[in-house]
Write a protein that binds this ligand. Structure first.
Ligand SMILES: CSC[C@H]1O[C@H](OP(=O)(O)O)[C@H](O)[C@@H]1O
Ligand SMILES: Nc1ncnc2[nH]cnc12
Length: 313
C-alpha cells in the first residue's frame, strides 16, 4: 500500500468490523492504514481509515475498518484477535461499532440473503477465547443484559427499513446463537437452538460484543443469512462454505448499501452524542475499580491504564 500514510491525526469515532465476505469497504476513500500494537497484541488486520462525507455538513467523517478474519480470511473464529481489535479501536477514539456477520438461519421466515438486526445473544462458545480485559489481577464486571446498544440498534433498523423493497428484507429483532465452531452444528444442536427460540447462528458475535461493552463502545451487529444451517431439508441443503460464500457474494452489494446507509446516518450532526457513546462513558471507571490499588497486579493495571487513560490512577 505505497503512498497511503500510516498515521491519522484526528480521533476516529465510528468503526466497521467486516466479517466473512466483507474484507474491505469499496467506494470509500482510504486516507490512512494504521498498524497499532496493543497490550493484547496486534489486531486481526491493519486498520483502514476511510473518509465518508457527511450528508448534512458535507465534511469528511473518518471511519475505521477492520477485517475480523484478517486480510485473507486466515483467522478462524476462535483465532480472531478480539481483544486487540477492540482495544486498538478504542485507542484511536472509536466509541461506535457496526459489526457485520454471515449467519445461518434457524427460522423458516428468515430466508438466505435476509438481513437481521439481532437484539439478544446466547453464548455457546466454549470459554477457549480470551473474553475480558479485566483479569490477571484487576477485576471488573459490566452489565450485559442488552448485548447490543439499543440506541444504535434503533438507528441501524431505521436505515435497513429505508432500503426495504429494494432487494433488502430486514428482520428487526432476533436471538443470535454464537457457537464455538469452526465446525458447523449437529442437527441435534441446531434443533435445540430452535427450541430456545434462536433466530440466527454465527461464530463471531462473542467475545466481540462483550469486549466492546467493557470498552464502553456502542456496538450493533448486522447479520445476513446465508443458509438454513442443518435443521431443514436433506443432506444437500446443509450449510457448507460454498453456500455461505455464494449468498454473501450475490448479496454483497446490498450488504454494502446497508452499511453505507448506516454510516450516512451516523455522520449527521444530530448523532454527535450517540457516536461518542456518551451514555456509556466512565461506566468502567467504577465497574473496573473493584480491586484495591494495593492488591492489583502491576501488569493488569498497566494494560488497563493503556485502555482507559486516567481511569485507574
Ligand atoms: C464461512 S461460514 C462461518 C463463518 O461465517 C461467519 O463469519 P462472520 O461472523 O465473521 O461473518 C461465522 O461467524 C463464522 O465465522
Ligand atoms: N450455519 C451457520 N452456523 C454458524 N455460523 C454460520 N455462519 C454462516 N452460516 C453459519
Amino acid at each position: 500500500m505505497t503512498g497511503i500514510p500510516h498515521t491519522y491525526d484526528a480521533p476516529v469515532h465510528i468503526a466497521v468490523i467486516g466479517g466473512t465476505g466483507i474484507k474491505s469497504l469499496p467506494g470509500f476513500t482510504v486516507v490512512a492504514t494504521l498498524k497499532i500494537d496493543t497490550p493484547w497484541g496486534s489486531p486481526s488486520s491493519p486498520i483502514s481509515i476511510l473518509h465518508h462525507n457527511s450528508p448534512t455538513s458535507g465534511k469528511p467523517i473518518p471511519i475505521a475498518f477492520i477485517s475480523r478474519h484478517g486480510l485473507h480470511h486466515e483467522l478462524a473464529p476462535h483465532e480472531v484477535k478480539n481483544q486487540a481489535n477492540i482495544a486498538a479501536l478504542r485507542s484511536i477514539g472509536v466509541r461506535t461499532i457496526i459489526a457485520f456477520s454471515a449467519v445461518g438461519s434457524l427460522q423458516e421466515e428468515i430466508r438466505p440473503r435476509d438481513f437481521v438486526v439481532p437484539d439478544q445473544i446466547i453464548d455457546r462458545t466454549k470459554g477457549i477465547r480470551p473474553f475480558t480485559f479485566f483479569e490477571g489481577g484487576m477485576v471488573g464486571h459490566v452489565g450485559f443484559g442488552d448485548p447490543f446498544d439499543n440506541r444504535l440498534g434503533k438507528i441501524v433498523r431505521q436505515c435497513g427499513h429505508s432500503l426495504e423493497g429494494d432487494g433488502v428484507r430486514l428482520h428487526d429483532k432476533g436471538l443470535l446463537i454464537c457457537m464455538e465452531g469452526p465446525q458447523f452444528s449437529t442437527r441435534a444442536e441446531s434443533n435445540l437452538y430452535r427450541s430456545w427460540g434462536g433466530s440466527v447462528i454465527n461464530m463471531s458475535a462473542l467475545p466481540e460484543a462483550k469486549l466492546a461493552k467493557e470498552a464502553e463502545i456502542a456496538y450493533q451487529m448486522i447479520c445476513m443469512a446465508t443458509d438454513y444451517d442443518c435443521w431443514r431439508g436433506g443432506e444437500e441443503e446443509q450449510v457448507n462454505v460454498e453456500m455461505v460464500m455464494g449468498h454473501m457474494k450475490a448479496n454483497a452489494e446490498n450488504a454494502k448499501r446497508f452499511v453505507a446507509a448506516v454510516l450516512d446516518e451516523l455522520s449527521k450532526e444530530e448523532h454527535a452524542e450517540q457516536i461518542l457513546a456518551k451514555h456509556l462513558e466512565f461506566q468502567m471507571k467504577f465497574a473496573g475499580s473493584m480491586t484495591h490499588k494495593s492488591g492489583r497486579s502491576k501488569e493488569a493495571e498497566a494494560k488497563l491504564k493503556w485502555l482507559f487513560p486516567g481511569y485507574f490512577d
